[in-house]
Write a protein of this length. Structure first.
Length: 97
Protein backbone atom coordinates (compact mmCIF):
# COMPACT_ATOMS: atom_id res chain seq x y z
CA UNK A 1 0.00 0.00 0.00
CA UNK A 2 1.07 3.54 -0.60
CA UNK A 3 1.98 5.55 2.46
CA UNK A 4 0.34 8.84 3.53
CA UNK A 5 -2.72 8.57 1.25
CA UNK A 6 -5.15 6.67 3.48
CA UNK A 7 -7.35 8.39 6.09
CA UNK A 8 -6.71 7.77 9.76
CA UNK A 9 -8.74 4.86 11.16
CA UNK A 10 -10.28 5.20 14.63
CA UNK A 11 -11.03 1.99 16.51
CA UNK A 12 -13.08 3.85 19.11
CA UNK A 13 -15.42 5.90 16.84
CA UNK A 14 -18.79 6.71 18.43
CA UNK A 15 -22.13 6.72 16.63
CA UNK A 16 -24.75 8.82 18.46
CA UNK A 17 -28.46 8.54 17.68
CA UNK A 18 -31.08 11.23 18.26
CA UNK A 19 -32.85 8.87 20.70
CA UNK A 20 -29.77 8.80 22.93
CA UNK A 21 -28.31 5.44 21.94
CA UNK A 22 -24.54 5.27 21.43
CA UNK A 23 -22.55 2.66 19.54
CA UNK A 24 -18.79 2.17 19.42
CA UNK A 25 -17.32 0.99 16.16
CA UNK A 26 -14.36 1.49 13.88
CA UNK A 27 -14.45 4.28 11.33
CA UNK A 28 -12.41 6.95 9.60
CA UNK A 29 -14.63 9.55 11.31
CA UNK A 30 -14.26 9.98 15.08
CA UNK A 31 -17.93 10.89 15.81
CA UNK A 32 -21.06 10.27 13.73
CA UNK A 33 -24.55 11.63 14.48
CA UNK A 34 -27.59 9.80 13.09
CA UNK A 35 -31.36 10.33 13.34
CA UNK A 36 -32.62 6.73 13.52
CA UNK A 37 -30.99 3.56 14.85
CA UNK A 38 -32.08 -0.01 15.56
CA UNK A 39 -33.40 0.99 19.03
CA UNK A 40 -35.80 3.64 17.72
CA UNK A 41 -36.58 2.53 14.14
CA UNK A 42 -40.27 1.52 13.77
CA UNK A 43 -39.41 -1.68 11.88
CA UNK A 44 -37.34 -3.03 14.75
CA UNK A 45 -39.43 -1.68 17.63
CA UNK A 46 -42.83 -2.67 16.18
CA UNK A 47 -44.19 0.79 16.95
CA UNK A 48 -45.77 2.83 14.20
CA UNK A 49 -44.07 6.17 14.14
CA UNK A 50 -44.60 8.92 11.60
CA UNK A 51 -41.23 10.18 10.37
CA UNK A 52 -41.45 13.15 8.01
CA UNK A 53 -38.82 15.72 8.80
CA UNK A 54 -39.18 17.87 5.71
CA UNK A 55 -42.94 17.69 5.01
CA UNK A 56 -42.51 15.60 1.88
CA UNK A 57 -45.60 13.50 2.52
CA UNK A 58 -47.83 16.58 2.82
CA UNK A 59 -46.27 18.06 -0.30
CA UNK A 60 -46.90 14.82 -2.22
CA UNK A 61 -50.54 14.74 -1.09
CA UNK A 62 -51.06 18.35 -2.24
CA UNK A 63 -49.52 17.59 -5.62
CA UNK A 64 -51.74 14.56 -6.15
CA UNK A 65 -54.85 16.54 -5.15
CA UNK A 66 -53.96 19.24 -7.68
CA UNK A 67 -53.36 16.63 -10.38
CA UNK A 68 -56.74 15.00 -9.69
CA UNK A 69 -58.47 18.40 -9.79
CA UNK A 70 -56.90 19.13 -13.18
CA UNK A 71 -58.00 15.74 -14.50
CA UNK A 72 -61.57 16.40 -13.34
CA UNK A 73 -61.57 19.81 -15.03
CA UNK A 74 -60.23 18.47 -18.32
CA UNK A 75 -62.18 15.24 -18.59
CA UNK A 76 -62.26 14.00 -22.17
CA UNK A 77 -65.72 13.98 -23.73
CA UNK A 78 -66.88 10.58 -24.93
CA UNK A 79 -67.84 10.21 -28.56
CA UNK A 80 -71.53 9.77 -27.71
CA UNK A 81 -71.38 12.89 -25.54
CA UNK A 82 -69.82 14.88 -28.39
CA UNK A 83 -72.77 14.04 -30.62
CA UNK A 84 -75.20 15.17 -27.91
CA UNK A 85 -73.35 18.48 -27.55
CA UNK A 86 -73.47 19.01 -31.33
CA UNK A 87 -77.22 18.34 -31.40
CA UNK A 88 -77.77 20.84 -28.59
CA UNK A 89 -75.77 23.50 -30.43
CA UNK A 90 -77.78 22.90 -33.62
CA UNK A 91 -81.03 23.16 -31.68
CA UNK A 92 -79.89 26.44 -30.08
CA UNK A 93 -78.95 27.97 -33.45
CA UNK A 94 -82.35 26.98 -34.91
CA UNK A 95 -84.18 28.59 -32.01
CA UNK A 96 -82.17 31.82 -32.34
CA UNK A 97 -82.85 32.11 -36.08
Amino acid sequence: MKKNIHPEYHDDAVISCACGAKYETGSTVKAIDIEICAQCHPFYTGKKKYIDTTGRVDRFKKLTERALAKQEAVKPIKKSDKNAVRREKKAETKQVA
